[in-house]
Every structure is written in structure tokens, then in C-alpha cells.
Design a protein around this ligand. Structure first.
Ligand code: 13P
Length: 249
């Protein structure tokens, strides 16, 4: 098993002052109590990448972004290329988050194209998949996830998959350990079925209302290789507790 990965997705939160303070508190906490066995990344909004990137230089925390365009450069007003992210110091990029699928109509094919471009620029894509409450209620979870994996992950994918049930995001209602174990087990099997050997090595994160209280039990679930944390990543104490709850911290 690879080292656990804990990623903070700040979403559309962070002005200069609070971003800098949040990163300082995180780095102070990790100096006080290191988490040498855990990979940690934070994904601030685009406007804070440069500032946060400069704070993270030499620190045991990687920088990530929350989206990218599929093209290297050109006439795409308002967009950001993978190369620009890499140039800003990012090593990860979240792709296909359900909020982008919801707000921007992003579809699996777009996510796959972005993942190819991101990998080409040296970024590790974190591809998000997950079912909605309606899909869960109608027993479609596995078929939805199977299609998302098939549609969003490029051939030879070597990045990270994040299972984020849409109904668990920002609700304070994480999926139960039993549900996570069963669904992540299904995702693992599906990755192996669709990607053969490389499917065995892909990291699978869980995301959706991960907090200081539930992180220990979630991160101990078989096949869960880390967490993608939204709201709690904005609170340094909570985010540090989650990092320290990871196996090997
Ligand atoms: O969407 C998420 C991370 O990408 C999860 O958000 P919350 O941790 O706020 O539920």
C-alpha cells in the first residue's frame, strides 16, 4: 500500500490574509507534530496559488489546484492550463469534482481530456467520482461509478481517484464506514477490471464530510488510501487532526 494522501480542497474560499494565516498554522502544526508517513496537499483557489506556493516551498505539504483546462495555451478566456499550474508550483489537480459537474456541466469526457493534459504537464490528477442521493436511492450507485470510471479515467491512468458521494459533501453526514468499505471495494475491483495491473496501484481517497471526529475510522478502511477534505481543511486544527489520524502519521 502506498502512503496515505490527505488533500485539502479549499473550494472558493481564501483571500490573501486568511490563506496565509491558514497555511502558517498548518505548517506550525506539522513542525510541532510531524506526519512523516503521510502525503499532504492543499488546493487553494487559483488566486492564492502563487502566495500559498511560496509559503509551501521546502515544506512537507504539496500544492494542488481545483481544475485546469485541457489545452496547453491559447484563446480560452478565464481558463488555466496545466502547464500554468505546474509553473505555479502545483503538483496535483482535482478534476471532475461534483461541484464542477453541477455548476459547469462538466462531463466524463471533458474530465478525461483534462486528466491527459494534466499528466502531460507533470501534474497528478485527482479524479472525483460519486453518486447523487437520487442515484443512491434508486440503487444505481455501482453502475454510475462504473460509468464514471470508464468515462473519466484515461488509458494508463496513474493518478488518484476520489470517491465523493455527492450527498455526503458539505452535509456533515459522511457515508458510514460499512458503505465506504463496500463502495471503495467495488471501485477497487472496477479499477482492476478496467485497468488490469495498474488498477491495483491507484490510490483511492474518500471525500464527503470528513472531519476530525471521523477521520481515524475512515482512513482505517481497507482500500481507502486517504481523504479529500473540504470544509474541515479550512480549519487548521481540524485539518491537522485529520492528517494525524492517517495510518503511519
Ligand atoms: O467536496 C469535498 C472535497 O472535495 C468534500 O467537502 P466536505 O469535506 O466539506 O464535505
Amino acid at each position: 500500500m502506498s502512503r496515505p494522501l490527505v488533500v485539502g480542497n479549499w473550494k472558493m474560499n481564501g483571500l490573501r490574509a486568511d490563506s496565509a494565516a491558514r497555511v502558517n498554522a498548518l505548517l506550525d502544526g506539522l513542525r510541532e507534530k510531524p506526519a512523516a508517513g503521510v502525503d499532504v496537499a492543499i488546493c487553494p483557489p487559483f488566486t492564492q496559488l502563487a502566495l500559498v506556493g511560496s509559503q509551501l516551498e521546502g515544506a512537507p505539504v504539496a500544492l494542488g489546484a481545483q481544475d485546469c483546462h485541457k489545452a496547453e495555451r491559447g484563446a480560452h478566456t478565464g481558463d488555466t492550463s496545466p502547464e500554468m499550474l505546474s509553473d505555479a508550483g502545483a503538483s496535483y489537480v482535482i478534476l471532475g469534482h461534483s461541484e464542477r459537474r453541477r455548476d459547469h456541466g462538466e462531463i466524463d469526457e471533458t474530465v478525461r481530456e483534462k486528466a491527459v493534459a494534466a499528466a502531460k504537464a507533470g501534474l497528478t490528477p485527482i479524479i472525483c467520482i460519486g453518486e447523487t442521493e437520487d442515484q443512491r436511492q434508486s440503487g444505481e450507485t455501482e453502475s454510475v461509478l462504473g460509468w464514471q470510471i470508464k468515462g473519466s479515467l484515461p488509458d494508463g491512468f496513474t493518478g488518484v481517484v476520489a470517491y465523493e458521494p455527492v450527498w455526503a459533501i458539505g452535509t456533515g453526514l459522511a457515508a458510514t464506514s460499512e458503505d465506504i468499505e463496500a463502495t471503495v471495494g467495488f471501485i477497487r475491483a472496477e479499477l482492476v477490471r478496467q485497468f488490469n495491473e495498474s488498477g491495483k496501484t491507484l490510490r483511492i481517497l474518500y471525500g464527503g464530510s470528513v472531519d476530525a471526529g471521523n477521520a481515524g475510522s475512515i482512513l482505517a478502511i481497507p482500500n481507502v488510501g486517504g481523504a479529500l477534505v473540504g470544509g474541515a481543511s479550512l480549519k487548521p486544527d481540524a485539518f491537522l487532526s485529520i492528517i494525524h489520524a492517517a495510518p503511519g502519521a
